[in-house]
Design a protein around this ligand. Sequence first.
Ligand SMILES: C[S@@+](CC[C@H](N)C(=O)[O-])C[C@H]1O[C@@H](n2cnc3c(N)ncnc32)[C@H](O)[C@@H]1O
Length: 463
Amino acid sequence: VRPSLTDEQFARVSALLHDLAGLAPGAGVDGGRRDALALTVAGRLSATGLADADTYVLRLAKDTTEQRALLEDTLVGETYFWRNGPQMTALREDLLPRLMRAATAQGRRLLAWSAGCSSGEETYTLAMMLSEMMGRRAGATVRVVGSDISRRALSAAREGVYGARSLAYLDPARRSRWLEPVPGDRWRVGEELRALVEFHEHNLVTDPAPWRDEVDLVLCRNVTIYFERPTTQEVVARLREALRPGGLLVLGHSETLWKLAGGFALLRSGDAFAYRKDGPGVSLVGPGPSPAAARVAASPRPRVRVPSAAGVRPRAPAPTTSAAPGGGPRVAAGPTLLDQAQRAQEAGDYATAARFAVAAADANPLDERAHYLHGLALASQGRLDAAVPELRRAVFVDPKSGFSHFLLASVLRGLGDGGAAASYRAAADTLGHRPADEIAPELGGRSISELTGLCLRLAGGGV
Ligand SMILES: C[S@@+](CC[C@H](N)C(=O)[O-])C[C@H]1O[C@@H](n2cnc3c(N)ncnc32)[C@H](O)[C@@H]1O
């Protein structure tokens, strides 16, 4: 017999779930179907050995342990790594670098909160992106917190062992980089990510905001779909309270803040949206070209020796005297260290160049040029393997840096890595933002259009 609930039973159980977690009547049970709640109750009946739904409803009223058990069985924890491609691209290439630049300029750690994190995939995804961006400096510059009402989900999050379903959208290279295989076709999150991440129990509907004006990014995706509008409004107001002015809220793909909450400005990033908390300081994460991208547009630049698998000799960008990333105060040591790295590189003293570039990146981890020069110095020593992550960091920090894409492509090509094609394409795309007839002294005196054509040929895309 298919389990069912009377109107009275349904009303009581729904009211309890609403009180406990803000769940809309019949929500959290796939499509809000009453049948699904009946099924969950039937499961609880067999787990408790109680005779029928009436007895169960009576027990539920006074037994908080059973209330929790019912809640755990009702919550929908569907989640996976790298969920929603457009949002991931926006976070990785635009939103997180902006926020990180602002945090660095203010000399503080970035705080990211995955609210309603379920079993942790979203939280670890954020940690992965930030780690790829900050390298070994992530530990000192980044804090990622996951929270959920479900203790079962949190325990899975802390265990951090996942199967194929969770990992289906994570590219295999990332999976191998950040997780290790364990018996039973499962993967365990590695220590590097664990060190950045913490998990806490938190009820978004009944608990106060855990922070005030402190959080840079809140990811609260696919959580408010289980709430009614007034509950969602309260939750969003609390998330806003936690955000620092200029901080960003990213909701799920289908959730919208339209006419739902004041105090946010809509920010478009590619095919995704974020909501920026109004208030002082917003300019720090405001739109506009990144300082690194602006620097690339500057010329002329001194010549440096560059290994070039493509037979082209890119030059490093010139030392900058511009503001630090994020438009904030200058990091005094940065330009000097970069100057020295550049000079050593030009003199062919690649080991020294690498040392200065590392120091520059330590002083300002979001300086694309520091990573670029470090990658360049490593590649010049023939250390192509070591150059790759450094150059990836450079393009991560400034995805519009055609020179970094180009050098990364050359190094990957030298390694026989199939990823070279994509990097050449990215180089062509980003170099293509400049006037086609502009001469690029940095890259062997060729015109941008000539160079772009070369990148396209090497990408296998023809000219
Ligand atoms: C579908 S999952 C979303 C997971 C992840 N954010 C994502 O998008 O992949 C929804 C999560 O919201 C949590 N949740 C529901 N109500 C909540 C509440 N009142 N407070 C905190 N978390 C809640 C559930 O436990 C569940 O883990």
